[in-house]
Design a protein around this ligand. Structure first.
Ligand SMILES: C[S@@+](CC[C@H](N)C(=O)[O-])C[C@H]1O[C@@H](n2cnc3c(N)ncnc32)[C@H](O)[C@@H]1O
Length: 272
């Protein structure tokens, strides 16, 4: 486990995934009944962008430090939370900020230091559980939730060569346990062959009602760069496709450099 999110916090990929995450969470608040969130790869919960790891890569400079000035209405809710929580909140902090009184969050994080940071952050919080265990295994072990509705957010580090396949397998296992859950899984776009393999894996599975939202910073020609990223969503909420597309465009407007091939899209991979 070499990956540490502190080096990447607040980069364009975080902005993209977190703006969509907040929109997904808000859709649950349309109904008064409680919901559950499982964050399978939670990270440390929050990051100091002035600290050494973030300063060393400078990734936030072309991410949240630019986007925070956006006045796009599609990003107002997400950026309001970021300003309130401080630069830069991780997914558990954002999720926690959106939960209502009876909603619950369970976070899994395998790195001992990040898991300890999460435990400190939520130590007196009855609505949040922190598990130092594998998020892949939690897709079976912590599902289905008693609330019977909720979001499963899967944000792996993509360190392993077979992580796209692990993602498909994990989504299938999780969905078998929690069929009406909304699943959102982040993935990097370095080369299109890997991404097309991921689409094919999802399409040939038993999963239905799948969309992917993508943001491309440039043409995908250099496999050593993070040229873009995507969020695959199973069982997307009502009208999420249109909302997600406008959010992705607003993020791109804020962080893009107008490179050739830049764009945002929503693709429906499987119907209901
Ligand atoms: C991309 S980061 C997560 C960022 C976080 N979701 C956020 O948005 O703020 C991936 C995290 O997964 C952790 N990790 C790696 N393998 C894991 C596993 N099998 N189960 C749970 N966490 C894991 C890493 O330590 C890292 O903190």
């Amino acid at each position: 486990m070499n990956y540490r999110h502190a080096y990447h916090a607040g980069n364009f990929a975080d902005c993209f995934k977190h703006a969509l995450l907040v929109a997904l969470l808000d859709s649950f608040a349309r109904k008064p009944t409680p919901y559950f969130v499982l964050d399978t790869h939670a990270g440390a919960g929050g990051y100091d962008l002035d600290a050494d790891p973030a300063q060393r890569t400078g990734e936030a400079d072309s991410g949240i430090r630019r986007l925070v000035h956006s006045t796009a209405p599609e990003l107002a809710r997400y950026l309001g939370l970021v300003r309130e929580l401080g630069l830069y909140p991780g997914s558990p902090a954002l999720i926690r900020a959106v939960l209502r009184e009876n909603d619950r969050l369970a976070c899994c994080e395998l790195h001992p230091e990040d898991a300890a940071a999460l435990r400190r952050r939520f130590r007196r919080d009855p609505q949040v559980e922190v598990h130092e265990r594998s998020g892949w295994e939690a897709l079976t072990g912590l599902l289905p939730p008693k609330e019977k509705r909720g979001l499963v957010f899967v944000d792996p580090p993509f360190e392993a060569k077979d992580e796209f396949q692990m993602l498909v397998d994990g989504l299938v296992r999780g969905h078998e346990r929690f069929r009406n859950g909304v699943f959102a899984a982040w993935y990097p776009i370095k080369q299109m062959a890997a991404v097309r393999g991921f689409y094919a894996g999802l399409r040939s599975s038993d999963l239905r009602d799948i969309i992917t939202v993508e943001l491309h910073l440039r043409d995908v020609t250099d496999p050593d760069r993070l040229n873009g990223c995507g969020l695959a969503v199973i069982n997307p909420p009502y009208q999420f496709e249109e909302q997600a597309l406008s959010i992705a465009h607003a993020v791109l407007d804020g962080v893009g450099d107008g490179e050739v091939g830049a764009g945002a899209s929503v693709i429906r991979l499987a119907d209901e």
